[in-house]
Write a protein that binds this ligand. Sequence first.
Ligand SMILES: Nc1ncnc2c1ncn2[C@@H]1O[C@H](COP(=O)(O)OP(=O)(O)OP(=O)(O)O)[C@@H](O)[C@H]1O
Ligand SMILES: O=P(O)(O)OC[C@H]1O[C@H](OP(=O)(O)OP(=O)(O)O)[C@H](O)[C@@H]1O
Ligand SMILES: [Mg+2]
Length: 279
Amino acid sequence: MLRIAVPNKGSLSETASVMLSEAGYAGRRDPKELHLVDARNGVEFFFLRPRDIATYVGSGALDVGITGRDLLLDSGSAAREVHALDFADSTFRFAGPSGRFRALTDLQGVRVATSYPGLVGDFLRSNGVEAELVKLDGAVESAVQLGVADAVADVVSTGATLRKAGLEIFGPVILDSTAVLIGSPEPRAGQDTLLRRLQGVLVARKYVIMDYDLPLALLDRATEVAHGIESPTVSPLKDPEWVAVRVMVSRADTNQIMDELYELGARAILVSPIHAARL
Ligand SMILES: Nc1ncnc2c1ncn2[C@@H]1O[C@H](COP(=O)(O)OP(=O)(O)OP(=O)(O)O)[C@@H](O)[C@H]1O
Ligand SMILES: O=P(O)(O)OC[C@H]1O[C@H](OP(=O)(O)OP(=O)(O)O)[C@H](O)[C@@H]1O
Ligand SMILES: [Mg+2]
């Protein structure tokens, strides 16, 4: 049985569970449940703190897990990133009081508060900067105001938390992070099925199906507007001068593509969601 680590709390927990459920796996009924056997799918779930997941997977105790790329790198564990899962996107940045710091080198000799000392320590070392790391558990943005640090290094999404604390981003991007599927150093049996299922969920979220009718003579030009993943499906209509076309398009581009196809001469353009996919 494939043993899968899933975040039990925090920013990653809900979306990770929704993705697994869309991928056809059983979900826990009680949020306090720590272990769940899904015999039908041949997998076992362990609900753990996201920060600990890389440790379990890297040691080989569990086969795969869902965590943040930033947490994986911070852990220093031997687990590897298998695939990005495209949620909980964030950047990891340095920030300080407005105008106080400009460049990374300004951090030489100062106190930097973070809950990710592994990640930040590695970054500073590899850039030849020596700073004193102040390890905190969370709410790192308050550290400057409260006088325990001169700057912070933390997760930034909208930037609202930094702004409220009177801090300003400076220096290079430490990391672009997202939720990731991680695996133990040696790939495990059953891992590929989980990966394919999760990829199917990502495709279903990212793409829609577009159907439209079109004069056959315009097919090449319509294919330039929406070429699909491989090639559009083209079916005959009763009128021999017209065809029905089916193509996958990016959800984000849907309306722009509909406008362009309509301008070209396509009619009866219909868009439907994809519930599941295996490409
Ligand atoms: N505001 C945010 N937007 C996007 N991703 C975030 C945000 N906050 C945290 N993350 C991501 O979530 C992961 C951290 O998970 P964690 O469980 O610590 O979340 P949390 O909400 O901070 O929970 P906790 O309150 O227990 O610290 C990291 O990968 C981080 O990049
Ligand atoms: O850029 P923003 O959209 O404001 O989001 C970033 C904030 O969100 C997270 O905090 P969280 O709420 O998880 O609290 P924590 O710092 O105590 O973990 C993160 O640690 C930042 O503080
Ligand atoms: Mg947090």
